[in-house]
Design a protein around this ligand. Structure first.
Ligand SMILES: Nc1ncnc2c1ncn2[C@@H]1O[C@H](COP(=O)(O)OP(=O)(O)OP(=O)(O)O)[C@@H](O)[C@H]1O
Ligand SMILES: [Mg+2]
Length: 266
């Protein structure tokens, strides 16, 4: 709709977790470093919490891109709101085991066999669970038991949990699990400086060198979105649309006010 008008090659503020558009804010960089440390150093597990829309899923995708499939056997679970047995079946499926298991015991045995096979193949087993705040207590208990599978000198699996802030409290209340997930990080929204850099970064990635947003407009966006990337994207996208329809040369704070006041984001 506005690509040509603003001279973009593609839409700059799409809300998709596309690693190409990943911006390394202070907080995202810290989270990524810790995640990769936990995975590469076989620390057992890691937990990343963060408010809605702050970039947890995007971070998981970027993290996956850093890991070679030759070295890692990775299972990614995005909807973990399952009963314990179904959950273990999903773990099996995501780790690429096609054999069906009709009981918990069978599931656990197959998962264990897969982990041992990976050791023989010189591969790490990694399980990433997004939306992990939805895990029920019985499924969390299964994760604890999976983390109990160790050889003399190493964990057989690394488990990464990403979820909304209540995930931290859930895990904290289960001390045995808590201790087995030593790396924890809370992903913050962008600060003003990162919000400004992010808005410019996304435009450049989409093919436009000049910043179409004035400094004051970006400050207004930051205040309204409170630095949450998904909200920043929504505001910027609508501002570009409205700016185009009004033939603006630049996105000013007035355009941003217009977007906020017309209620499109409520
Ligand atoms: N560091 C980042 N760099 C670039 N884009 C980002 C970044 N963080 C978030 N985004 C953008 O914001 C959108 C929302 O991020 P994401 O879906 O990763 O958040 P989330 O924390 O998983 O949200 P939810 O709690 O709803 O699952 C993404 O689609 C992506 O476009
Ligand atoms: Mg998400």
């Amino acid at each position: 709709m506005y690509l040509q008008y603003w001279q973009f090659k593609e839409y700059p503020f799409e809300n998709v977790p596309d690693p190409r558009f990943f911006y390394l804010s202070k907080s995202h960089e810290e989270a990524l470093t810790r995640l990769l440390y936990a995975i590469r150093m076989r620390k057992g597990g890691a937990v990343v919490s963060g408010d809605i829309g702050c970039g947890k899923t995007t971070l998981a995708k970027v993290c996956l891109e850093e890991l070679s499939p030759d070295q890692f056997d990775i299972g990614l679970i995005v909807n973990p709101n399952l009963e314990a047995e179904e959950f273990l079946q999903e773990v099996l499926y995501q780790l690429g085991v096609n054999e069906t298991a009709d009981s918990k015991v069978k599931c656990l045995r197959l998962i264990h066999e897969k982990m041992i096979r990976n050791v023989d193949d010189k591969k790490e087993t990694l399980l990433i669970i997004d939306e992990a705040h939805l895990l029920i207590p019985a499924a969390l208990e299964e994760l604890r038991l999976l983390l109990n599978c160790q050889m003399n000198d190493r964990f057989l699996i690394t488990i990464v949990l990403l979820g909304q802030p209540e995930l931290r409290d859930k895990i904290h209340s289960l001390e045995q699990l808590d201790q087995r997930l030593p790396i924890k990080y809370h992903l913050s929204p962008f600060d003003l400086n990162d919000s400004v850099k992010y808005i410019h970064f996304r435009q450049k990635k989409a093919g436009r060198e000049d910043n179409a947003f004035s400094q004051k407009a970006m400050e207004r966006i930051y205040e309204n979105a409170k630095g949450v990337p998904r909200k920043i994207n929504n505001l910027c996208d609508l501002a570009l649309l409205i700016g185009c329809s009004k033939n603006e040369k630049e996105i000013t704070p007035e355009v941003i006010e217009g977007v906020i006041n017309d209620g499109a984001l409520l």
